[in-house]
Ligand binder design. Sequence first.
Ligand SMILES: C[S@@+](CC[C@H](N)C(=O)[O-])C[C@H]1O[C@@H](n2cnc3c(N)ncnc32)[C@H](O)[C@@H]1O
Length: 218
Amino acid sequence: MTIKKVMTRDGSPTFHSSEYDETYHSTGGALTEADKKYSEACGIERMEEADILDICFGLGYNSAAAINRFRGKRISIVGLEQNQGIVDEIVRMGDEYPFRCAEIMRKVAEEKEYHDIKTSVKLIMGDARETIKDLNDNSFDCVFLDPFSPKKCPELWTEEFFLEIYRVLRREGKVATYSCARVVRDNFRSAGFTVRDGPVIHRRGPATVAEKAYDTSQ
Ligand SMILES: C[S@@+](CC[C@H](N)C(=O)[O-])C[C@H]1O[C@@H](n2cnc3c(N)ncnc32)[C@H](O)[C@@H]1O
């Protein structure tokens, strides 16, 4: 598998994966997509503190956007990723990393964790379908779900995987994802979520926000 750097239209870099024949972000703007489709869609600015699960961490842009928006408040992030090669690019990018918290993300890439008084990030390497099973019930306010497309990476868009996401989310917790594909929304509903449109950014269709409206396990 090879990855090749690509510049996106807001000036932030991303990569193209030869294995999936897709880019890691929309070529319309990687930074903008990370900020609007995930942090803004989940409404994290309205929260006093946040526990976030970033599934398909990659270059960590979705987490970095959340840290930048959340300055001064407590934020704790767990990232799930299986490809060390893309995580290594965070360090190789140096000053090209497009978020102010680049130093934090470099530390996460190298040491798999970062902690200060307000910010904590832990990166767990492995297949997300397995690593998610070790996370506690009702422990996250938001999930950023950013796999390659349902066509190329169907295993991370299944009802079975969404049931695990439902389990780890707190009541009224939200999942933000870029896809509005019918199979994705149907699987969210089958797993117990309510589904609404997310923002329209760089595409004709909206993103998706799925909410754990009622927790039957409590
Ligand atoms: C579209 S990219 C995510 C981009 C990322 N959010 C970022 O900001 O760079 C999809 C990511 O999912 C990862 N991935 C694919 N299958 C996975 C799996 N089963 N478990 C964990 N990560 C996986 C890929 O390695 C890739 O980094």
